[in-house]
Design a protein around this ligand. Sequence first.
Ligand code: NAI
Length: 317
Amino acid sequence: MTVTVGVVGTGSIGSDHVRRLSARVSGARVGAVFDVDTARADAVAAAAGARAHADALDVVDDPAVEAVVIVSPGDTHAALALACMTAGKPVLCEKPLATTGIDALTVLAAEVASGRRLVQVGFMRRFDAGYLRMKAALDSGAIGEALVLVLHCIHRNPAVPPAFTSDMALTDSVIHEIDAARWLLGEEIVGTTVVRTRRSPFAAGHLADPQLVLLVTGSGVVVEVEVFRNCRYGYDVRCEIVGATGTVSLEVPTTGAPTTGGVLGRAVPADWGERFGGAYHAELQQWSTACGPAPWPGRTPGTGTPPPPSPRPTSGR
Ligand code: NAI
């Protein structure tokens, strides 16, 4: 059984997701795409054997499309996720789900009201081998019978486009640490503090970079995050969980850097695609498999038949 997926946004990670869904993920194909950059959408559609639509909502409403991946900029996500729910179609929405709390709560409320779990957010770290090993160690009690005290996290990118803002460092980057902390610890975050440090000379004038974020969980665990979007040297994600009697750290996948001359060689990944490629694949595979025969009540399996019409929400454009 093959699930036909529609993809909104064919930029860096959108085109990457289209390639994975078309060539590597089993049981999935890309049937339709949309991007405001029509030349890019046409090229991606041609390579995938998909149709390029003139509007994002045409992808959502395309009768051949059974499930949707949202990979356009973050401020378009909430309205598109609502449109997918209205169409009764499962959606993998890249982070962030929304860029404001109100919009995120609106999507959540709509999903709860629908009675169906249709929305998955692209938190691929839950599918990363290193994160999974860290969680297994934590759950085994190996670092102190699950009594966690502190998480130290680092999220560094080599550079960002000029339009990247200080708030996006939180909604686009630290959002991964927020999700990872909730998933690893199994509890909610109840307090947040953001501290701005001395600015990197490589940060654009409007950008606070780096920033430090302190999250506090319900049981009092402190999650300390350094987010640095212009570190220049590579894509560097780290995490150490400190327990009462030990610690466990995220393993960085080994690379081909030579160890020689008294130096232990380990190259830093260039970008998110290199570091988390395996996790994106596992995430898309599990999601598209779950979109297969009949997991969504009210939908006719495999036909893409939408539920009865309901009001069309505001477009994400
Ligand atoms: P990008 O800037 O490379 O691509 C965005 C694409 O969306 C562009 O092709 C642009 O023309 C298109 N676009 C702009 N407005 C649109 C609209 N209203 N409707 C449809 N398309 C529109 O950005 P990138 O890096 O591909 O990021 C896209 C999303 O994926 C963002 O939400 C980002 O946070 C997320 N992302 C997630 C990652 C992860 O690790 N899970 C990694 C990288 C990005």
